[in-house]
Design a protein around this ligand. Sequence first.
Ligand code: NIG
Ligand code: FE
Length: 411
Amino acid sequence: MSNLIITNARIITPLGNTAVKGKKMNDLHIIDCGTVEVTDGIITYVGDNRPNIPEGYEVLDAQGQVLLPGFVDSHTHLVFGGFRPEEFMWRMRGDSYMSIMERGGGIVNSMKATREATHEELLQKAYKFIEVMSRMGVTTVEGKSGYGLDRDAEIKQLEVMRDINANPDRKVDIATTFLGAHALPPEYKGRHEEFIDFIIDEMLPLVKERNLAENCDIFCEKGVFTVEQSRRLLSAAKEMGFGVKIHADEIVTFGGSELAGELKALSADHLLHASDEGIRAMSENNVVATLLPLTAFTLREPYARGREMIDRDCAVALATDLNPGSCCSGSIPLTFALACIYMHLTVEEAITAMTLNGAAAIGRADKIGSIEVGKQGDLVLLDTDTHYTLPYYTAMNSVKYTIKAGKILTY
Ligand code: NIG
Ligand code: FE
């Protein structure tokens, strides 16, 4: 565990242990030239520079550069076998994401490669992504299963994430999400209800018993799983103590965000086609609206109504959705740029969305997501003295150091 003192930093952070809603997302706490102390990995001081530096600490002089909470990428599928570049090329020629899925490609394509991959292959591949994400300031990443779609391969994906979390030198923490209902595997063709039964009766208890996932998710979408099936599965998961999340209203308006409100889910994600009623349901029930602008960009779809969601008092989070199909990118800089340029978020709102609200979307807002005493010493030092570079240096990395639990990372 590391002891670190960062002096002369322009500290910029949201505050609190819960998601920040609506226009309050702009209310960042700023200390123009201050100090952050991390002791045994936990923040123990935030404030003005002090006359003396206590012994036993590494010291980093930030020289007036911006210090932010570590970024929380609260929606990724970072453990998977194979890649699907051919589908990307088909989409560039005009095929839709769903038409590729309907003819047997898409998630089922990655399922085959993931079932074939060994634990070690999946592990090494995930580490490569983590390295790239960490350089861009990510200190916590959510990781979903959902490319196994059977008992052994779902467990294999979750065990890969468990092993990364057990590594004392890990660069990110992974918040694990069980997404067994990501697609219908071919062996269950035409038997959606039976597959949902299998997930509820066999998979959820097993995942719980082995403590392999904190949260549970489902792809609620026309042609994938219905609202009723999603309600059934997520209600059972909630009953068993999982936090619940939902892939909602991505391709068509389908009622997923309304269901998220009804279930008081941690988050509803994608939301490209969320209805007015869905936005109201998320706001009223404190569901984090998790927006994934890289996916809209790569699918050539219209962006989610981020500005309107914030104006209507939703808590908005931003995440990358890194996955082998719809969006093979974990780019934090491009996410900031798209959020500000196309979804009309202010830079301050985007920072809250990528830190504290991301933490809330995975149920960890009490531990990470802001620079406050008692939280984990996960920090990002920018190479600039203004946070406006986050979108302004468009799709270019402005991170100088990523700091994980008080340790300055090297690559
Ligand atoms: O979040 N939409 C569903 N799931 C992923 C895509 C998965 C895939 O295409 O492999 C998503 O976009
Ligand atoms: Fe996703």
